[in-house]
Design a binder for this molecule. Sequence first.
Ligand code: CMC
Length: 393
Amino acid sequence: SPCGPIVHGLEDVLIKNTTISDIDGEKGILWYRGYRIEDLAKFSNYEEVSFLVLYGRLPTRSELKEYERRLKSSRDLHPATVEVIRALAKAHPMFALEAAVAAEGAYDEDNQKLIEALRVGRYKAEEKELAYRIAEKLIAKLPTMVAYHYRFSKGLELVRPRDDLSHAANFLYMMFGKEPDPLAAKGIDLYLILHADHEVPASTFTAHVVVSTLSDLYSSVAAAIAALKGPLHGGANEMAVRNYLEIGDPSKAKELVEAATKPGGPKLMGVGHRVYKAYDPRARIFKEFSRDYVAKFGDPKNLFAVASAIEHEVLNNPYFQQRKLYPNVDFWSGIAFYYMGVPYEYFTPIFAVSRVVGWVAHILEYWENNRIFRPRACYAGPHDLQYIPIDQR
Ligand code: CMC
């Protein structure tokens, strides 16, 4: 087998050209389709940003209206999907989301049509249109899946999606059964904007690997959700807030931060990044929002105070300074969610609700020039061993 230098964790390996998002890790800048996220966070909303990420340009007013109409008309789930979510009501919602996406794909007729076309090697204008329709359906349905899981887990009646509410406001409405406070809806919208895409992290790469075999979009998104779930990736937002809750007091921040500097110690959740060697620009925006949120609603569990104390320790600790480790997007993002009444198990599912657009945009970009992913491993074991029958071993 071939042996040579191994790129551990595929650091800095390029897998394709892309026009979807770009990161300047040294300066801490993120662009979607050429637009700075600071501008999108200030002037746009998730509907517009998801159109931008998926279609590569900002929509006109009528395009946006039509896109919103299509999303709204696709929010409902197949009855089999609802049953899958119900059956997993007591499981962590990331397991339920993985299963729900696979279930929805199993019964979506457009998906079956596309699978049949791909089987005979056909991916032309008609199939591309189908693929974009499926992409939009995934964007529309993930919030319903997450909210339904929450309702089942609490033994509550399901709340059907409401057509007159925005993507973010409708999500909170389906979770809690009442129209959300405008600042809470804004917080969810901001979170969705800031997580829409991030080049090719583990989940997006996973999505590429799956579709490169000409498997379907739903299966690819289910696999991406599986990759997102881990604490080194999207699961960090849940873990960060759990740390803040456990500590409860800013005076204990130093202890937690120091434990993370010891060899073999636990990683500090919400800190560090493969690409950013500067403050994560998404974290900066979310810190401001969290500050505004607790200014309005208070910080009864000390989450903002504890996170601020941890950040102060991190920024002044030589271990983190030498390694250029800064707070990442997951550091601040869960605080407002927690105070909105969203249990921390739902933080990573909401990440998926946003990132689904990045996943599908990347998949469709890759299909324009598809080749199966098939890397190699350098074999380091013995060869030609003599087989010994079991009763002689
Ligand atoms: N706490 C303590 N030490 C850390 C941390 C951390 N959070 N992150 C990195 N390091 C250390 C690491 O131990 C290594 O030290 P040494 O050089 O002495 O061996 C050095 O910094 C370089 O880290 P690495 O493990 O080679 O970095 P990586 O690029 O493989 O991993 C990471 C990146 C994000 C997985 C990692 O920083 C980490 O585990 N962070 C905590 C989990 C987290 O917040 N994940 C969210 C990432 S951002 C959004 C998302 O993907 O969802």
